[in-house]
Design a protein around this ligand. Structure first.
Ligand code: CTP
Ligand code: MG
Length: 228
């Protein structure tokens, strides 16, 4: 099953508050983007890895050796919204690709083992994502008022990669475009077509680097792995 990964790196990283795009920020000497690309290139089930860069970035971060790999495709520019970056990334893939794993470059501690597991789940069921059960009780809130408390045992925090049959994701993006619908992840676009999406247990270390303190947490994880 020919499978490609999109590594989404086109965001500005407003919440991290750095001058350079978030995916270009260094973590123990390597950019978040290079770390994500390396993790995905190491996955036997993945044939191609497509970086999606900020439109004004022009090129990959200069300090890396990760950019020489037979699975690596030329980077393509992303768009204003994450969903636009997914659409633009898809358009750059070889026609032979049957499945696509959409991954946030900012989740740069993902392990090849969990990527393999979610890709294999999607090969069987067409759509799967990594997620982890939440430990806090989740409240739905509008204004300051609680609207609903969904049963905690049914609440999972979505991660990436999220893996789909390519034609399914293309259809879901087109429907979202026609409905002017912006999802907060890719699975949501597929769910609203009524297609079942399988959850695969992800690792808690696969968090998204979002705020400055997340970099310190990621450094501790790398130190524990003996990589810092
Ligand atoms: N992303 C993207 N294109 C966009 C927006 C986001 O490719 N237009 C990517 C980011 O580079 C990131 C991933 O999607 O790897 C998850 O998004 P997020 O964590 O929100 O990153 P940013 O949008 O860069 O951060 P912020 O929202 O704080 O500006
Ligand atoms: Mg964002």
């Amino acid at each position: 099953m020919t499978t490609a990964a999109l590594v989404l790196a086109a965001g500005r990283g407003e919440r991290l508050g750095r001058k350079e795009p978030k995916a270009f920020v260094g973590l123990c000497g390597r950019s978040l983007l290079a770390r994500s690309v390396s993790a995905l290139c190491a996955v036997p089930e993945i044939d191609w890895v497509q970086p999606v860069l900020p439109p004004d970035a022009g090129q990959l971060p200069a300090d890396e050796t990760a950019w020489i790999h037979p699975k690596l495709l030329d980077p393509v520019p992303g768009g204003d919204e994450r969903q636009d970056s997914v659409r633009l990334g898809l358009s750059g893939l070889p026609e032979s690709v049957e499945f696509v794993a959409v991954h946030d470059a900012a989740r740069c501690l993902v392990t090849p083992e969990s990527v393999s597991a979610v890709v294999r789940a999607a090969w069987t069921g067409r759509a799967a994502l990594l997620a982890s059960p939440v430990s806090d009780t989740i409240k739905r809130v509008q204004g300051r008022q609680v609207i609903e408390t969904p049963p905690r045992s049914e609440c999972w925090a979505a991660q990436t990669p999220q893996v789909f049959a390519v034609d399914l994701l293309r259809d879901a993006l087109e429907l979202a475009w026609n409905d002017v619908f912006l999802g907060t992840d890719d699975a949501e676009l597929v769910e609203r077509m009524g297609v079942p999406v399988e959850v695969v247990l992800g690792e808690s270390d696969n968090f998204k680097i979002t705020h400055p303190e997340d970099l310190a947490r990621a450094e501790r994880v790398l130190a524990d792995r003996g990589e810092a």
